[in-house]
Design a protein around this ligand. Structure first.
Ligand code: CTP
Length: 408
């Protein structure tokens, strides 16, 4: 589930060893619902076969500029006009140089020159080639023209060397594709702040109190907001999944850190979504040194309340009117709907998502969630079991419908 669904993506593959990863990229983009047309350069054909791409996309892969299709049209024109996005992965130094200078000497470069679709390049090459002033100059010129880049990353290179030049990882490229596709979405110009993960409350320098939250729901919400063009900030405790491409991550540990970071970010935010599992209590004192067991039969920890982040944002909104839309979660183990409704009123929210965290297919570590959507206008909708990505997409769609489009 992503904004790649029903989009026409032209995937250009140029001649570098990293092009074996392009097959995975093509496959994943097709699985997310995109129509993926692959164009290979003659150098790419030395490394990989068009058949590989046909097998994963279910569509013909293209190589030759001079062979018209069944309807007599030349493929560079067809692809360039139909594309919602052109992504070149890997993009070699040679192809980057050609694009910077407007060359159109093969099907891929001709397609790019003829197209007005957004262009995303994922470079991959040896470090010296990437760092060469000629390449850097070409990259700068392309960026100035609005071309997007993802990577290259640092790490192991095919030559055996370590350095900058690795193709970005496939999930990162997919994230970048979704980011670029979303730039003109309905949340363009809107700032969405989301919290995620389980906070850590230290007992001593080596121990802390936490909960089983993985941060997956908050990360899925950040992806969904980014996909619609929002400026997205994720204030997060340690996560088991990476901060998505195009989302600004603010990393924190404790509830107090999260409180401080959120208060700094929400001032100019349009939407705040509290998806974090924030500790409600923390040790009243943090031991300076590791607590030793010697001479102790047991240990009593005194706990104190942490600040209520969402509650405070809700209170402040009554004075400032911002953020425009406030969304909370209610993780419950009994009577989730009733408890969630009470929280919605108490914290001055627009929307609350209730989930019964005792269900195996919902809540903390699961990739799926079964939730009840409740809003301040009295709607109570039990949603069917869905992936967290689908739940996130639906919540963001409701945020768009619920508040932003009717308020300044
Ligand atoms: N939340 C928060 N700051 C806290 C505690 C919770 O921002 N210190 C947010 C959560 O991210 C969630 C919502 O508040 O969106 C509900 O949290 P929950 O702990 O379930 O509710 P509480 O109001 O704290 O009530 P209780 O713990 O008694 O159920």
């Amino acid at each position: 589930m992503s904004n790649l669904r029903d989009k026409h993506v032209v995937l250009g593959v140029t001649g570098g060893i990293a092009c074996y990863k392009s097959a995975d990229l093509a496959s994943k983009a097709a699985q997310e619902g995109a129509r993926v047309d692959v164009i290979l350069t003659s150098a790419a054909l030395k490394f990989i076969s068009p058949l590989t791409f046909t097998a994963v996309t279910g569509r013909r892969a293209w190589t030759d500029m001079y062979t018209p299709d069944e309807a007599g049209r030349f493929p560079h024109v067809t692809h360039s006009r139909q594309a919602d996005l052109i992504v070149i992965a890997p993009a070699t130094a040679n192809t980057i140089a050609k694009l910077a200078h407007g060359l159109a000497d093969n099907l891929l470069t001709a397609t790019v020159l003829d197209s007005r679709a957004p262009l995303l390049l994922a470079p991959a090459m040896e470090t010296h080639m990437w760092e060469h002033p000629a390449t850097q100059e070409n990259v700068r010129a392309l960026k100035e023209r609005g071309v997007h880049f993802v990577g290259p990353e640092a790490g192991h290179l095919a030559s055996g060397a370590e350095g900058v030049g690795r193709l970005a990882e496939v999930p990162t490229i997919l994230g970048a594709m979704r980011y670029v596709l979303g730039l003109n979405g309905p949340l363009r110009g809107r700032k969405v702040v989301i919290t995620a993960g389980g906070t850590r409350e230290p007992i001593d320098p080596v121990r802390f109190i936490t909960n089983p939250s993985t941060g997956k729901m908050g990360v899925a919400l950040a992806e969904a907001a980014r996909d619609l063009g929002a400026t997205t900030v994720l204030v997060h405790a340690p996560l088991q999944v990476p901060v998505p491409y195009g989302v600004r991550g603010v990393s924190i540990l404790t509830a107090q850190d999260m409180f401080d970071a959120v208060m700094a970010e929400v001032e100019d935010a349009d939407v705040f979504i509290a998806a974090a599992a924030v500790a409600d209590f923390r040790p009243a004192r943090r031991a300076e040194h590791k607590v030793k067991k010697e001479g102790r039969e047991g240990l009593v920890l005194e706990l104190e309340r942490t600040p209520d982040i969402l509650g405070t944002v809700g209170e402040r909104r009554q004075e400032t009117g911002r953020p425009l839309v406030l969304v909370g979660f209610a993780a419950e183990t009994e009577n989730p709907v009733e408890a969630a409704r009470a929280k919605l009123a108490r914290k001055n929210l627009d929307i609350i998502i209730a989930n019964d965290v005792t269900a195996a297919d919902a809540g903390f570590a699961a990739d799926t969630n079964r939730v009840v959507y409740i809003d301040r206008e009295g709607r109570v909708e039990p949603w069917p079991l869905m992936s967290k990505a689908e739940v996130a997409e639906r919540i963001i769609a409701r945020v768009v419908e619920f508040g932003l489009l009717t308020k300044p």
